[in-house]
Design a protein around this ligand. Structure first.
Ligand code: PEP
Length: 263
């Protein structure tokens, strides 16, 4: 269902009126995790400075360590709803288990499946039936074929509003958190009609790499990027090292604006 054999032309997926697909560069930005109302509102303003059309933010955080910040849960979803109402930015937020879909879906304009859950087939099927667009991140140990099959689980439930997100894979390299597989973008665009965006924040795990990786993503033809921003990265409860502040967020907006007419 997600292959170009099934659907020859590249698809446009629309999320609360915001298009993803050919001819557009769509930016999603926001805090890695929702922490407080003011932090989320400030981050949403930074997201706008980065040129974002959608606000990201995790209320449920699937962390590698059970001792790391796990998110505010439903309270975080309510904060996202308030900030969305105030800023006009639709919400992209992660759901981490099948039982959580019923709770998260009403708050989400787009449901995010994170890298650790790409192989959670029960969850994929549940979001496939939830009636909301889905942002499907690539598993950090998944091949492109496995990633597309994960999308197929969602599509099989009648939901073809899927945006794929390359977020880096695990390699022998330790200088970056993960290795951004930049070639995955054109490879997947040839195999699948679904839009493909890149997360330069989680792949590199380093603030100084976000702008160069954004440029690389856009140059190679990605349909957008998803960026972490934070009003005070030094105090962030999750992934502060990769969060952009105002100046860097504006640089992302400039990179997108420069590359948009070249598409
Ligand atoms: C995220 O985007 O909040 C996130 C946890 O990313 P990933 O699943 O790619 O690690």
């Amino acid at each position: 269902l997600v292959s170009r054999e099934h659907h020859l032309d590249r698809s446009v997926v629309t999320v609360a009126g915001v298009p993803f697909g050919p001819d557009t560069l769509t930016v999603i930005a926001g805090p890695c995790a929702v922490e407080t109302p003011s932090q989320t509102l400030e981050a949403a303003r930074l997201a706008k400075a980065a040129g974002a059309a959608l606000l990201r933010g995790g209320a449920f955080k699937p962390r590698t360590s059970p001792y790391a910040y796990q998110g505010l849960g439903e309270r975080g979803l309510r904060i996202l709803a308030d900030v969305s109402a105030e800023t006009g930015l639709p919400v992209v937020t992660e759901v981490i288990d099948p039982a959580g879909v019923e709770l998260v879906a009403p708050y989400a304009d787009m449901l995010q499946i994170g890298t650790r859950n790409m192989h959670n087939f029960a969850l994929l099927q549940e979001v496939g039936a939830a009636g909301k667009p889905v942002l499907l991140k690539r598993g950090f140990g998944a091949t492109i074929e496995e990633w597309l099959m994960a999308a197929e689980y969602i599509a099989q439930r009648g939901n073809l509003d899927i945006v794929l997100c390359e977020r880096g894979i695990r390699t022998f390299e330790t200088a970056t958190r993960n290795t951004l597989d930049i070639s995955a973008v054109p490879v997947v665009q040839r195999l699948s009609h679904l839009p493909v965006i890149v997360d330069p924040s989680h792949s590199g795990g380093r603030r100084d790499l976000v702008l160069p990786l954004t440029r690389a993503a856009l140059a190679v033809g990605a349909d957008g990027v998803m960026i972490d921003v934070h009003p005070d990265p030094g105090t962030a409860l999750c992934d502060g090292n990769q969060a952009l502040t105002r100046v860097e967020a504006a640089e992302v907006a400039t990179a997108v604006a420069i590359l948009s007419p070249l598409m």
